[in-house]
Design a protein around this ligand. Structure first.
Ligand code: FAD
Length: 465
């Protein structure tokens, strides 16, 4: 494998001539800003960025990377916790210039560019009273979130993001361009619904959208001492209550405004709710929550884009992040006790733990229908150590690892790939479980030399020999 520095400068000039987008090199003034990603703990130094503006740029970049035997990374929204949108010394194919959104109200479908962010999609679909199910932060990239699965408020009602993916345009490792859907390249269409960026670069997604304009949502909080009681109750409640009402449970600190002052800098067990049904039925469905006497409730009607941006202000780009994750089937006594123990020791105001329910529509898809192998798990859990100050990096990492180590023995074995750091091949195998071998076969067919390896990597068969 070569580095960019080893290339003949004329080959770089020739390459630039084939592009409409720019290239950014380490000596360029824009380089240091260009190499920033959402997680400031990531400090990688690519040899070259190709800032693609169209499919032709992506094809040229893939061919350049392959022909010159370069390490290739692909960046969508740049949100990946482990910094998998970047690499050291190699080529980064940046998709942030490939943005377009077209809402088709004849069949409620939405076409989205490979470099769009979710907030841009919400902005475009909201005037039509439509949504595409995504995550809970609007600055996340459509590309990485979708290709890994996509868990959020609407997973219970409308499934994971991949369950709403109808079609994708892709540039493959050999530079060819294909459209994949339920009829064309069915194997690839299966693989990209959870298998990440392993199989090619998606330049356009087509999603099924759903009629949601406003939701009733927001947080309820209980003192951290009540964690065990609330988790036990929540486990029984959230999988029984109709699909219209969803909510993820968390251990967290209230860092400051807009919350009232008496809550600041204290640890809580919280649930963030999102209800998509008829407003007249909400009070009755929500009554059991209020019967648990939350210390604080801030639940009300809001436009869908408002709930999607609720936490954007608290979680701007440029913070230090360390992630650990697992799926869970149960919230048994030992698990609840561990949440209380480590939830009480949250080290910095933005660090937190979330458990996203895998229930309703998301759980009605078969374990082999997509690579997402844990449809029967009850929760996708994630612990995140977060802080603006790099000096606290060790503190948030240690807390996150200890919390995870206490819970891992009670987990289902694997984790949601989009919540993983760079954790090695055994973790990847555990996360795709029975679907792993099928992914390996498809990888061998479409990317036998593993050009797309900067991801939760499915190695082709040839690389096991
Ligand atoms: C603050 C925050 C909140 C989050 N909330 C949620 C949530 O609610 N639900 C959820 O499911 N996930 C959530 N995530 C996780 C998120 O899904 C992953 O971090 C995801 O990888 C981000 O995608 P990206 O395009 O922004 O990332 P990038 O870093 O750009 O890319 C991540 C991976 O995807 C690949 N990739 C990206 N775009 C393409 C493309 N078009 N074609 C081929 N490969 C591509 C990259 O090569 C890389 O391997 C959150 C992350 C953060 C930081």
């Amino acid at each position: 494998m070569k580095t960019i520095k080893e290339l003949d400068p004329t080959s770089i000039e020739t390459f630039q001539g084939k592009l409409r987008g720019k290239i950014v090199m380490p000596e360029d003034a824009a380089y240091n800003d260009t190499r920033k990603v959402y997680n400031a703990m990531i400090d990688k130094h690519p040899g070259m960025f190709v800032m693609c503006v169209d499919v032709a740029d992506v094809i040229a970049a893939v061919n350049f990377g392959r022909e010159n035997d370069l390490l290739v990374a692909v960046r969508g929204g740049g949100h990946n916790g482990g910094g998998l949108g970047l690499c050291n010394e190699g080529l980064v194919i940046d998709l942030s210039g490939i943005k377009f959104i077209r809402v088709d109200t004849s069949d409620n479908t939405v076409r989205v560019g490979g470099g769009n962010l979710w907030g841009e999609v919400d902005h475009a679909t909201h005037p039509f009273g439509l949504v595409v199910p995504a995550g809970i932060i609007s600055t996340t990239g459509v590309g990485g979130l979708t290709l890994g699965g996509g868990v959020g408020y609407l997973s219970k009602k409308y499934g994971l993001t991949i369950d709403n993916l109808l079609e994708a345009d892709m540039v493959l490792a050999d530079g060819s361009f294909v459209t994949v859907n339920a009829k064309q390249h069915k194997d690839l269409f299966w693989a990209i619904r959870g298998g990440g960026g392993n199989f090619g670069i998606v330049t356009s997604f087509k999603f099924q959208a759903h009629p949601v304009s406003t939701v009733i949502g927001g947080p309820t909080l209980w003192p951290i001492e009540k964690t065990e009681e609330i988790m036990e109750w929540y486990h029984n409640f959230i999988h029984e209550v109709p699909d219209d009402l969803n909510g993820f449970i968390a251990t967290m600190i209230i860092p400051g405004a807009p919350f009232p002052e008496h809550l600041h800098n204290k640890q809580f067990c919280g649930i963030v709710w999102c209800y998509t049904g008829e407003a007249s039925k909400f009070e009755e469905l929500f009554a059991p929550v209020r019967a648990k006497n939350p210390l604080f409730e801030h639940v009300g009607e809001m436009p869908y884009p408002a709930i999607q941006t609720l936490f954007d202000g608290l979680m701007p780009p440029g913070l230090q992040w360390y992630w650990r994750a697992d799926f869970f089937n149960e919230l048994g006594e030992e698990v609840r006790a561990a949440h209380l123990k480590y939830g009480s020791k949250i080290p910095t105001p933005l660090s937190q733990m979330h458990l996203y329910p895998i229930t309703g529509a998301a759980s009605r898809v078969g374990n082999e229908d997509t690579p997402w192998a844990y449809r029967d798990a009850k929760y996708a859990g994630v612990i995140v150590g977060v802080d603006p100050n790099p000096e606290n990096a060790a503190k948030i990492t240690d807390w996150c690892k200890s919390y995870w180590e206490a819970l891992h023995p009670y987990s289902s074995g694997g984790a949601y790939s989009n919540f993983m750091m760079d954790e090695g091949q055994d973790r990847i195998k555990a996360s795709y479980k029975h679907n792993y071998n099928r992914l390996v076969e498809i990888k061998q067919k479409y990317d036998p030399n593993n050009l797309f390896k900067v991801n939760q990597n499915i190695k082709p068969v040839s690389q096991y020999a």
